[in-house]
Write a protein that binds this ligand. Structure first.
Ligand code: G3H
Ligand code: ZN
Length: 288
């Protein structure tokens, strides 16, 4: 089954594909082993920084190796790529999907650049999935101690979303619907379910909505978002936190240990716990 078949099923059957980020082998292994155990299709992403750390060829080939070994649908996404050069690099390297993120630019420029990304990507690989972003999703993938205030003008307007998808030709859209990247400790992250429904109605059945910044959101918010039309959910911070908390504990408990894989094994297990919990909430288990 190709990506579009799974995306179509998310709407018909009301579930969402999980998207998790990695920058090193441990997170990748945790994501794939969880997905294989629960028989779920999975998206794996590298942001520009994560891609630089692991290496672009390494990311593509590692994912290929895991795909062959586990025999499950694993799709590699160039997450939040903010330049056309970065987008082209990922397309040329063999990524299965890209997020051409020009959401920081004015509306017309966002359309223009995203359209160029779509044209380039599809000319090189007609099956590639291209996502655009519209609206302002604040925050970063970390624990956000500062107050983050979402303004009304940050949120995606359904009529602009309709124009955006029509003019750019994207397959997926990342809207701003009250979501924040990272785990917020001093603010309240609350998802506006009505906006999701209105955007979904405006963009139509064949354009798939992606919820970014889902770390820290509760199961009810996630499930309501899926029912309102979300097809894919991004989690990064929660697995970063699981990794680093387990690593700190490992190092403290094994001060004499010098074998990296022994120190890192608890981190893999901690990430798997988070990922499996999310996949169950997303309803994507046994969908292969
Ligand atoms: O693109 C990545 C995700 O939107 C991650 O969001 O850091 O809140 O998990 P998160
Ligand atoms: Zn994101």
């Amino acid at each position: 089954m190709v990506i579009k078949d799974y995306l179509k099923r998310t709407i018909e059957e009301k579930w969402a594909i999980g998207h998790f980020n990695f920058s090193e082998d441990e997170a990748l292994r945790a994501i794939v082993e969880s997905a294989a155990k629960l028989k779920t299709p999975i998206f794996i992403g590298t942001s520009e920084g994560e891609k630089k750390h692991i290496g672009i060829k390494q990311a593509v080939n590692l994912v290929r190796a895991f795909r062959e070994e586990f025999g499950i649908p694993i799709f590699l996404n160039a997450d939040h790529h903010k330049t056309l050069e970065g987008v082209k690099e990922a397309v040329d390297a063999g990524y299965d999907a890209i997020l051409a993120d020009f959401s920081a630019k004015p509306f017309e420029e966002n359309i223009k650049l995203t359209k160029q990304a779509v044209l380039y990507a599809k000319s090189k690989n007609p099956d590639i999935i291209v996502e655009g972003e519209l609206g302002y999703v604040r925050g970063e993938s970390k624990i956000q101690k500062e107050i983050i205030e979402i303004k009304t003008e940050d949120l995606t307007k359904p009529e602009e979303a309709a124009q955006f998808v029509k003019e750019t030709g994207v397959d997926m859209l990342a809207p701003a619907v009250g979501n924040i990247h990272g785990i917020v400790t001093s603010s309240k992250e609350s998802i506006d379910i009505d906006i999701i429904s209105n955007i979904k109605r405006a963009v139509g059945e064949n354009i798939y909505l992606v919820l970014h910044g889902a770390s820290g959101l509760g199961g009810t918010d996630l499930k309501n978002s899926i029912n309102a039309g979300i097809s894919m959910i991004h989690i990064n911070t929660e697995i970063r936190v699981a990794f680093t908390e387990a690593l700190r504990k490992s190092v403290a408990q094994m001060p004499e240990e010098t074998t990296p894989y022994k120190i890192l094994t608890p981190s893999i297990e901690a990430m798997k716990k988070v990922i499996e919990e999310k996949l169950r909430i997303f309803g994507s288990i046994n969908k292969i």
